[in-house]
Every structure is written in C-alpha cells, then in structure tokens.
Design a protein around this ligand. Structure first.
Ligand SMILES: NC(=O)C1=CN([C@@H]2O[C@H](COP(=O)(O)OP(=O)(O)OC[C@H]3O[C@@H](n4cnc5c(N)ncnc54)[C@H](O)[C@@H]3O)[C@@H](O)[C@H]2O)C=CC1
Ligand SMILES: O=C(O)C1=NCCCC1
Length: 320
C-alpha cells in the first residue's frame, strides 16, 4: 500500500457497513458513552453557522479506547429553503460529510472515508436499536415523515429488523414520497397529510428538515414510539410541546440534546434517560408508555463505523 491515506468512497462504505456488523458496535459505543468512564471521549460537536447561505458546518471528533478508534467527521447541512418552493428542487443534497480516521497509537491519518453513507446508516441503526427497546409489544404500523436520505436508510434497516404489516409515509412534496414508494420493494402507502400518516401508527420516524412542528401529540396513538431524528438545532422543531411534555423522553446524549435539540430546549421537556443507560439496564425501557427517542447524532457512532469499514476494507488488500 502507498503511504498516501486511501479515500474510501461511498460504494466501499455501502459494501462493508452492514447493519448486522454495525449494530453490536453501536450498542457497545452507546453504553460506553453513557457510562462516562472515559472509554469514550467525545465532546458535543462544534457548529459553525454559514449564515449567508442558511448552512452549518459541524466538526465531530471522538475516541473509543475499547475500539481503538480515533476519528473526526466533518459535516455540512443546509436548510435548503429553495425547496420550500414546491416546483423547485435544489441540485445539491442537504448534507455532505467526510470522516478522517486516525491511527490512535501515533496520530497518523489512516484513511479519508465518505461520510454520507456512514451518517445515513449509523443514524438509522441507532433509531432501530431504540425502537427494539421502546416500541409497544404489538407494533404493526410504521409511519415515516420525510422522504430524503434518512427516510431511505431508516426504511432499509426497519424492513430488515422488524415485521410491520403496514408502512405509511408523508412528505412535504408528495411526488417525493411517491417516488420513494415506487422504488421500494415493500408496499408504502403515501398519505396526503402528516396527520393521516400518523393515525394508528405504532412506530413513527420523523426525518425532515422542518423547523416548525410537523408531528402533533394529539395525533399520536397512546403507547406509540417516536424516533425524532431531524431538528438538530436549538431553534428547530419537529415535535410539538404536547408530545414532548407527555412522553417518556430518551436521548442519545443528554449534554448534546440540551444544547442542540429545539424540541427539548423550547418545550422544556424532561429527559428520562440516555439510550446507553437503557442498553446497560441502569434505566428502564418504559415501552408501554408513549416514548420519544430524540437523536441528535454522535461522533462516536461515526468513529466506530469508520473503523469497521476501514478494517474490513484493509483485510481485502494484499500487502505489496
Ligand atoms: N440525528 C441524527 O443523527 C441525524 C439527523 N439528521 C437530520 O435528519 C433530517 C433528515 O436528514 P436527510 O434525510 O439527510 O435530509 P434530506 O434533505 O435528504 O431530506 C429531508 C426531508 O425533509 C423534507 N423537508 C424539508 N423541509 C421541510 C419542512 N420545512 N417541513 C417538512 N418537511 C421538510 C424534505 O422534503 C425531505 O423529505 C435532517 O433534519 C437532518 O439534519 C441527519 C443526520 C444525522
Ligand atoms: O449526527 C450528524 O451527523 C448530524 N446530525 C444532525 C445534523 C446533521 C448531521
């Protein structure tokens, strides 16, 4: 191999980052993160607003001693207000990311890895982990609000791990939901309104770039579980006060959620537990209640994902 660090593109990440391999690693990382023993070192990410263009640059470093993994993701995300005009779709995706993977022993750069597939899959895998723990005993109906990159990865892993009888979807642009439904193998029912999509749903996933609530508590069936994935800015919302204040609220990181989640900050909702605490069984999974898992996304998830991809890719290379 040459001395120059390799660039592992999206196709390579897709090949090696399977949910089967990823999920156990994420569970351990979340447990170690919440245990606060120093096995995971990860500050809340730094965000630089790109105010002139409605964008944000995030820098997300983390170290896992357990996994011997050191990395930082750099991610940009743009509000893309132009798409609010129903006739216009931006030529650019809303999110772009790259992961730099380092050798923890000496700090050298091991690889530059496409971060988009990592972001999509690790986020969906964490929602799936939360759903396994928090969904009602009988969960037949899945609802997805939004039809972008995260909707695709969530659909992918939820179809792999659960057996829903019905999948309902709403998206701001109906054509986009219809395109999603037509490209998926399973039957997806496209709904005209979010309210219609949410009715009777046992598990709800919100994966939008909304800045105002798109999911109201009065629509949600008692006992349902919600994975709230969007609205990762302190003044952005996906869920209304009624839902936030009447649910049992789980988060990936208490510290990050209190800094970044508008749904939590603006509603004043109380956090019950981190997902890592539930996985470790130091806090209960109150699956019979209406539960919300508010995910903001953690650098440690990217770090263990990048290490997994690199190790599997390296194993296919024969030394020169
Ligand atoms: N929690 C986490 O770990 C992560 C969260 N995210 C967040 O998840 C959300 C979805 O991300 P992607 O699927 O990658 O984005 P995307 O741009 O691919 O899809 C966004 C979806 O939201 C819809 N949308 C845009 N503005 C809206 C509005 N005002 N109201 C309702 N719907 C609207 C779009 O039509 C589209 O269906 C974003 O908020 C993103 O920042 C993304 C990565 C990780
Ligand atoms: O965890 C991530 O990666 C992101 N989270 C929220 C917004 C953009 C990317």
């Amino acid at each position: 191999m040459s001395d120059r660090p390799p660039f592992l593109e999206a196709e390579v990440v897709k090949k090696f980052l399977t949910y089967t391999a990823l999920i156990p690693l994420l569970k351990t990382a979340l447990i170690n993160f919440s245990a606060g023993t120093g096995a995971v070192v990860q500050p809340v990410r730094t965000i630089v607003p790109v105010a002139n263009y409605g964008g944000f640059l995030g820098v997300m470093p983390a170290y896992s001693a357990t996994d011997d993994a050191l990395a930082t993701k750099v991610v940009t995300f743009y509000e893309n207000k132009r798409a609010a005009d129903e006739n216009e779709i931006s030529a650019f995706p809303s999110h772009h990311s790259t992961v730099l993977l380092f050798e923890p022993r000496n700090g050298s750069l091991k690889a530059i890895i496409d971060g988009n597939v990592i972001t999509d899959r690790r986020t969906a895998a964490v929602s799936a982990i939360a759903t396994k723990l928090l969904k009602p005993a009988s969960a037949d109906v899945l609802c997805i609000l939004g039809s972008g990159a995260q909707a695709h990865s969530h659909f992918e892993v939820f179809m792999e791990l659960f057996s829903f009888k019905e999948v309902k979807m709403w998206s701001r642009r109906r054509e986009s939901a219809e395109l999603f439904a037509s490209t998926m193998k399973a039957n997806v029912q496209v709904c005209a309104t979010a309210r219609e999509a949410v009715a009777d749903a046992d598990v709800i996933i919100t994966v939008t770039m909304a800045t105002e609530p798109i999911l109201l508590g009065e629509w949600v069936k008692p006992g349902a579980h919600v994975n709230a994935v969007g609205a990762c800015r302190p003044d952005w919302r996906e869920l209304d006060d009624s839902l936030m204040q009447h649910c049992v609220l789980y988060v990936d990181s208490r510290e990050a959620a209190l800094k970044e989640s508008g749904d939590i900050i603006l509603s004043g909702a109380e956090i019950f537990a981190e997902l890592g605490q539930v996985l470790k069984e130091t806090k209960p999974a109150l699956a019979e209640k209406t539960t919300v898992f508010k995910s903001v996304g953690l650098a440690i998830e990217d770090t263990v994902s990048a290490k997994l991809v690199f190790d599997l890719w390296s194993a296919t290379k024969t030394p020169e």
